[in-house]
Design a binder for this molecule. Structure first.
Ligand code: ADP
Length: 482
């Protein structure tokens, strides 16, 4: 299979080496072997990319293009992704370690739908006419924010690129995109498709590179009008600081999570077991909205754990390219070790490993899916994001007890509620401080439905029409009728 063609930076629709001439290695986490290497962009390359994006934003053809034509280009991107779906899925699986069943059935369809959705939305972005005092005609324009820097993580490399590029391009912004250093390959391959779809030079520039160099250069660049970041809360704070200290660029952040997945005794337990598994083992638990805190009503705690254990121990963990595989490899050694350390810490603080808790294979960063029980909400494993296939079961007595614990976290990205009592479900959905609440389901996504955080999970909403707010500014125009 062909890996990404040039492995270079994309600036002004041309593939080029970094000015420093440096390249860095990209690995397959399932084999620990090098896949390829790509050009390593740093501040100088970011500057070149920003200049190209600025030029494209201020002059034609992008600036003069109708919104409908921008929509057509986005549609072509979706069609080309569809055409090359298998190649993209395999490349993502090779580079990230996630199972091919997931790249084919989740990452790719969702990425394609995101481009389709924003293709359709491009010509429906408009202002209002506003009745004002006096003899005036007042209207608003919704204008593109300008040159946008987008910094994305390694857990859904192509999908995160789609979430960022879809709305930015629909609104008429131009972009400097930095994929994560662990997983730059599908974003680069997407660059080939963007050119083929007819995107003019400079509209999207793709610069693989490291966070403290390329990423920080985007966040602190004085000619970037907005930075959109997805990653850890720690780095999110840094990005915001750099944005404030430079040109006060607009910021949106999608950060970490520690989602409560709440199972009441009156729920369909077998569906809830499915949901608990999807909540934490999807994408090896490398999901910011993972259902990592599994709150179980005391009455069903033991029964639920035993049902879950049976299912978890049947999971197929292994070769990510095998269609039967249910859980692949963690993205790299650092993440793998971090997860093992958290499990150790959990044990030291009194949690018990029900199943898993160790590497699954000798080679590759494969973890056994892990259940910890006897966890309380104050333990490190319940407070910090593990970002791995480790679910922490926490018993609760009643709704009051539950509510306090569920919201007792610095994060607020998502939550799950399992109950047959519809009133209870909706009441709780209102009380949970999180950007997404799933009732009797978990990890559901659609390009039309917004996603984003409360509290330290960030701010700004991606997807849906809400994401247009991230990439537009409103201008109020007054016209005297005298
Ligand atoms: P993780 O800890 O899950 O790897 P990070 O928040 O470190 O997540 O990374 C998410 C993205 O942020 C990546 O593209 C990474 O290169 C980038 N990044 C990391 N450090 C910085 C930084 N200091 N400034 C800007 N971007 C950064």
């Amino acid at each position: 299979m062909q890996l990404v063609k040039p492995g270079k930076l994309l600036i002004n629709n041309e593939w080029c080496e970094a000015e420093s001439g440096k390249r860095f290695d990209v690995f397959n986490p399932a084999t620990e072997q090098k896949l390829t290497d790509v050009a390593e962009g740093d501040a100088k390359d970011i500057d070149r990319a920003v200049k190209s994006a600025r030029q494209a934003f201020e002059t034609g053809p992008w600036k003069n293009m109708t919104a409908r034509e921008r929509g057509r280009i986005l549609n072509r991107v979706a069609l080309l992704l569809q055409k090359h779906k298998t190649e993209f899925a395999e490349l993502e699986t090779l580079n990230n370690g996630k199972p091919i069943s997931e790249t084919l059935n989740a990452d790719l369809p969702l990425a394609i739908e995101t481009f389709e959705y924003y293709a359709g939305l491009a010509d429906k972005i408009h202002g209002d006419t506003i009745p004002v005092n006096g003899n005036f005609f007042n209207y608003t324009l919704r204008e593109p924010t300008g040159v946008v820097g987008q910094i994305i993580p390694w857990n859904f490399p192509l999908l995160m690129a789609a979430w960022k590029l879809g709305p930015a391009l629909a609104t008429g912004c131009t972009v400097v995109l930095k994929p994560a250093e662990q997983t730059p390959l599908t974003a680069l391959k997407l660059g080939e498709i963007l050119i083929e779809a007819g995107l003019p030079p400079g509209v999207v520039n793709i610069i693989p590179g490291f966070g403290p160099t390329a990423g920080a250069a985007i966040a602190s660049h004085n000619d970037v009008d907005k930075v959109a970041f997805t990653g850890s809360t720690e780095v999110g704070k840094l990005v915001m600081r750099l944005a404030a200290e430079s040109n006060l660029k607009r910021v949106s952040l999608e950060l970490g999570g520690k989602a409560p997945n709440i199972v009441f005794a009156d729920s369909d337990l077998s569906a809830a077991v499915d949901g608990a598994m999807r909540g934490i083992f999807f994408n090896q638990g490398e999901v910011c909205c993972a259902g990592s805190r599994l709150f179980l009503e005391e009455k069903i705690h033991d029964e639920f754990i035993s049902m879950l254990k049976t299912r978890v121990e049947k999971m197929i963990v292994g070769n990510p390219l095998d269609p039967k595989t249910q859980m692949g490899a963690q993205v790299n050694k650092e993440q793998f070790n971090k997860i093992l350390n958290y499990i150790e810490k959990g044990k030291q603080e009194g949690a018990k490993v029900v199943t898993g808790g160790a590497p699954a294979h000798k080679q590759g960063y494969f973890m056994k899916p892990t259940i910890l029980q006897g966890v309380n909400n104050q333990m490190t494993v319940a407070r910090e994001e593990i970002f791995g296939p480790v679910v922490c079961a926490i018993p609760f007595k009643n709704q009051d007890d539950l509510r306090k614990q569920a919201n007792d976290t610095i994060y607020g990205l998502s939550a799950g509620i399992w109950t047959r009592d519809i009133g209870k479900a909706h009441r709780l959905a209102k009380e949970i401080k999180a950007g997404t609440v799933w009732i009797n389901c978990f990890n559901c996504f659609d390009a039309a439905s917004p996603f984003g955080g409360f509290k330290q999970s960030g701010f700004g909403r991606e997807l849906g029409k809400y994401a247009l707010e991230l990439y537009t500014q409103v201008k109020s125009v007054w016209v005297s009728l005298d």
